[in-house]
Design a binder for this molecule. Structure first.
Ligand SMILES: Cc1cc2nc3c(=O)[nH]c(=O)nc-3n(C[C@H](O)[C@H](O)[C@H](O)COP(=O)(O)OP(=O)(O)OC[C@H]3O[C@@H](n4cnc5c(N)ncnc54)[C@H](O)[C@@H]3O)c2cc1C
Length: 308
């Protein structure tokens, strides 16, 4: 499997890189590194619709429903090939979309991370933020029920329960989707004792994605999960449950005990946020780069931190 995975990765990166030089792919090729010691296989459930084509081409899924979540985010639910099939993916896996824009001939590839439970039968759901003139997000937002998109799983990295004692996660904007997938998988597994502290930063309160879902996880697992939402612009009606401002050293120390053995820190968000929290990624985004920013000031090393 490891050899297959390596050859798949090399082949796909070559093909995709040649036509798009797309930085999102860097995420795929670099983020598996810190988890690879825990090398879980994908689920072997025969109902797994997407696992089946892991090494093959893309599978077309039809949009079943589309819901506007806020001014620039849609929740998109696609039908799996059979009512009783599941995605068959495991954390952390995104689905690479592929489409060729009208009038063009160069295909566009963009990854999106399912927010639906991997064991839900019949459908897979994404939360997609639309960027001005965004090729991938524009296409996803333009879809109406009945229209199709091509998907292929991108298994980013394996996670083994109890691999870490605790995780501090700093996320921003739509960088939250892989974090949600991982957090829910950890918390829904009673055997996994990992504790998670999430700091999630956005521009406004309206931009906070999956807010109810994270609040529910905190209610259900108060001893294992805590979250802090922070926004740049606070609305007047805020009831005190949301902080204001960028993620700072003070904000981190408020929710996090400081460096200890068995911790891992994950940072997932737009590049300026990742730079400020953990230092820039290296090699034009192809490598983790050296540690910097707030986490370096707090004494963390490169090995303690993973940048998405
Ligand atoms: C592994 C992975 C999983 C992802 N999962 C999700 C997901 O679940 N939901 C989701 O909405 N997105 C997700 N993304 C981001 C997504 O893949 C695209 O990068 C995003 O939709 C923008 O692509 P685009 O083609 O629309 O924009 P492009 O055509 O690439 O760019 C259009 C404009 O938007 C700007 N832009 C693009 N991306 C960003 C950004 N992140 N921050 C600020 N400006 C930007 C560009 O600079 C450009 O000006 C994920 C990315 C990765 C790497």
């Amino acid at each position: 499997m490891a050899a297959l995975r390596t050859s798949f990765r090399a082949a796909t990166v070559g093909a995709v890189g040649a036509v798009t030089a797309y930085s999102g792919y860097q995420y795929y090729t670099t983020t598996h590194v810190f988890f690879t010691k825990a090398h879980a296989e994908l689920p072997s459930d025969s109902k797994a619709a997407l696992k089946k084509m892991e090494w093959k081409g893309f599978t077309e899924l039809k949009l079943k429903s589309s819901e506007q979540v806020n001014h620039n985010v849609k929740k998109l639910t696609f039908a799996l090939p059979d009512d009783d099939s599941i995605t068959g993916i495991s954390p952390i896996t995104s689905l690479l979309t592929q489409h060729t824009p009208e009038g063009g001939f160069i295909p566009v590839f963009r990854p999106y991370t399912p927010i639906s439970d991997n064991n839900i039968a019949g459908t897979v759901t994404f939360m997609v933020k639309k960027y001005p003139n965004g090729k991938g997000s524009g296409k996803m937002h333009s879809l109406v029920p009945g229209e199709s998109m091509k998907f292929k799983p991108l298994h980013e990295c394996d996670y083994k329960p109890n691999q870490f004692k605790s995780m501090l996660i700093v996320a921003g904007g739509s960088g939250i989707t892989p974090i949600f997938q991982l957090t829910r998988a950890i918390l829904n597994n009673p055997e996994d004792k990992t504790k998670i502290s999430l700091i999630y930063a956005n521009n406004t309160e309206e931009d906070i994605l999956l807010r109810q879902e994270f609040e529910e996880l905190e209610r259900k697992h108060p001893e294992r999960f805590s979250k802090l939402f922070t926004v740049s612009k606070l609305s007047h009606e805020n009831d005190g449950s949301i902080e204001q401002g960028y993620v700072t050293k003070q904000m981190i120390t408020k929710v996090w005990p400081g460096k200890q053995a068995g911790q891992k820190v994950l940072v997932s968000g737009p590049p300026p946020m990742v730079d400020a929290i953990a230092g820039a990624k290296g090699g034009f985004g192809w490598t983790q780069g050296s540690i910097g920013g707030v986490l370096k000031e707090l004494g963390y090393t490169k090995e303690d931190v993973h940048k998405f």
